[in-house]
Design a protein around this ligand. Structure first.
Ligand code: SAM
Length: 210
């Protein structure tokens, strides 16, 4: 029987607990087969540490684990997280409190594309595990480039058996990319001066420098 399709917001709101506990207690299976999740964070950490006390925007911040870990392990001065799933934002606020980091971060419940950013800019923006669910990557990356002063980091899933299984299992739409598509998306952003692309087993992580 065909599964009913739901929005990305509903999908992740329903799975906030599962996703948050996955980070807290990863199984051996997770550490082997989902190592891409840890690798993409390591790349973001390296980029953040290459600048002097940058401000960071964590787009699709989920349970806030990455946001707080950037504050703990990188030379970051402030992190703003945004996520449209309210339960993810609850987790992120809880985690910030537990980690005594509430003065160094804030979490916005909202859609990155619709939120009124006024003239706010961040040194670095990151979108890890987010483009998998973005139906208009052109507009999304252009907005990321506009809001970032120095660099932005994005993870990109590739096609393959894993993607096929995700598309069967997930009840929200899931998208995949090719290297050619990733470069052509970055080419739409005039402020990007240099791109680095890192390939892993589940896809790529890109770092764009302005
Ligand atoms: C797979 S989770 C990844 C969470 C986190 N980045 C991480 O790596 O742990 C994807 C998150 O992106 C959020 N998301 C997707 N599109 C979004 C958008 N346009 N605006 C805000 N949040 C979004 C979802 O609600 C979900 O919590």
């Amino acid at each position: 029987m065909l599964k009913k399709k739901i929005s990305t917001k509903e999908y992740w709101n329903d799975r906030s607990h599962k996703f948050a506990t996955f980070y807290e207690n990863p199984s051996k299976f997770d550490l082997i087969f989902r190592k891409g999740i840890f690798r993409r964070f390591e790349r973001a950490l390296i980029v953040c540490n290459s600048f002097n006390t940058p401000t960071v925007l964590d787009i699709g911040s989920g349970p806030g684990i990455n946001s707080i870990n950037l504050l703990k392990h990188a030379n970051v001065s402030h992190v703003t997280g945004i996520d449209f799933a309210p339960k993810m934002i609850n987790y992120a606020n809880q985690f910030a409190k537990q980690s005594s980091m509430t003065n160094l971060c804030d979490f916005i419940e909202g859609d990155f594309m619709k939120h009124n950013w006024r003239n706010n800019k961040f040194d670095i923006s990151i979108a890890l595990g987010v483009f998998d669910y973005v139906d208009n990557p052109e507009d999304f990356i252009i907005k990321m480039a506009k809001i970032s002063n120095k660099a932005f980091v994005i993870s990109w899933p590739k096609n393959g058996i894993r993607m096929l299984l995700r598309r069967i299992r997930y009840t929200c739409p899931v998208y995949y990319y090719t290297e050619k598509k990733i470069y052509s998306l970055h080419n739409q952003c005039p402020s990007v001066k240099e791109i680095e692309l890192y390939k892993g087993s589940a896809g790529w992580v890109s770092v764009a420098y302005m």
